[in-house]
Design a protein around this ligand. Structure first.
Ligand code: CP
Length: 363
């Protein structure tokens, strides 16, 4: 069934369609109050969440549907060793659509391949977070009035920050986008995002360690948290955790029209003193997330009704290359085939279909 695993699963026209539906929901909520009557959403959260899980649940309730699910792995049979594939098969007996957050990269994709209902990736490890991107796009659109002609600064943990990876993949498909990557050396944007997403789409970008130097040119400042849970080594986390703190003093150098976004939760990277600044858009962004999730549920349930299927990847090698990313689902899931998709025929480069790890095919 058609699912949302990666933001690029949707065309720009489809993203624009979701923005249009979300704006209509905001204007005419009563029109949608019964749209999902008798439909059930399952929220399978194997990692903590406040916004994503509860905004999904609020979204389904406001559409007239109902919600089942769990909010931690320990309260599901995953704690007894049940696989993602089996969990997804079971949930499709109980629900019409499911949203999954999981610490392993590719887990929602495994679910989507093993179920008969639409699956929404609600965050898989440090990989993707497409519904956060939907919230980000609606926020930029409502605050700036456009998704083209923007200089966007992404600041903080650009290495493990899945929200940044998904946002850049989405924005790279709009016109005249310039990106400023602001991070410590240790947390720079991964090569595959830089080369495939930014270079691949001809997006102009610069890298810097200085928020102060970058801020005056920005239309959007996308702050992110240094994520303790993604570090194997806590000493490195302690060394990096206070790299960037946005304060009212730093905001003085920003444009009057700049907007500050943050997927939240924040720790200390935005001073609470910034909250009163009208340019601080992060709480409005969390609300926008609910509207975009409503639009997404409507779209995927409508496509499921019409029988629209998820496309099968082409040019795939099965069990010829081995993924050795310890954060990839295929290194832990029982009997899961290792599948690599060709991304560069000439140089024989293949990418794991679950986590994007790359391998070169030797003879
Ligand atoms: N932005 C986001 O994903 O927040 P939660 O972790 O609270 O869901």
């Amino acid at each position: 069934m058609r699912s949302l695993i990666d933001i690029t699963d949707f065309s720009v026209e489809e993203l624009d369609g979701l923005l249009h539906t979300a704006c209509d929901i905001i204007e005419n909520p009563a029109k949608y109050a019964d749209s999902c009557r008798r439909k059930k959403l399952a929220t399978l959260f194997f990692e903590p969440s406040t916004r994503t899980r509860l905004s999904f649940e609020a979204a389904m309730l406001e559409l007239g549907g109902s919600v089942i699910g769990f909010s931690q792995a320990s309260s599901s049979s995953a704690s007894k060793g049940e696989s993602m594939a089996d969990t997804a098969k079971i949930l499709s007996c109980y629900a019409d659509i499911m949203a999954i957050r999981h610490p392993l990269e590719g887990a929602p994709y495994v679910a989507a391949r093993n179920t008969s209902v639409p699956v929404i990736n609600a965050g898989d490890g440090g990989h993707c977070h497409p519904t956060q991107t939907l919230a980000d796009l609606l926020t930029i659109y409502r605050e700036e009035g456009r998704l083209n002609n923007l200089t966007v600064g992404c600041c903080g943990d650009l290495k493990y920050g899945r929200t940044v990876h998904s946002l850049l993949a989405a924005l790279s498909r709009y016109e005249n986008i310039k990106v400023v990557l602001i991070s410590p050396e240790e947390l720079r944007l991964p090569g595959y995002v830089k080369y495939e997403v930014l270079d691949g789409k001809g997006i102009s970008y610069e890298e810097t360690t200085s928020l102060e130097e970058a801020i005056p040119q920005l239309d959007v400042l996308y702050m992110t948290r240094i994520q303790r849970e993604r570090f194997d080594d806590l000493e490195t986390y302690e060394h990096l955790k206070d790299s960037y703190i946005l304060t009212p003093e730093k905001m003085q150098a920003a444009k009057s029209t700049m907007r500050v976004l943050h997927p939240l939760p924040r720790v200390n990277e935005i001073s609470v003193k910034v909250d009163a600044d009208p340019r601080a858009a992060y709480f409005r962004q969390a609300l926008n997330g609910k509207y975009m999730r409503m639009a997404l549920i409507l779209k995927l349930l409508d496509e499921a009704k019409k029988g629209v299927q998820m496309p099968e990847p082409e040019d795939v090698l099965v069990d010829r290359l081995h993924c050795d990313n310890p954060r990839c689902i295929c290194t832990t899931e029982q009997e899961l085939e290792h599948m690599f998709k060709c991304v560069d025929k000439e140089r024989r480069i293949y990418r794991c279909i679950y986590c994007e790890a790359k391998k070169t095919l030797e003879d």
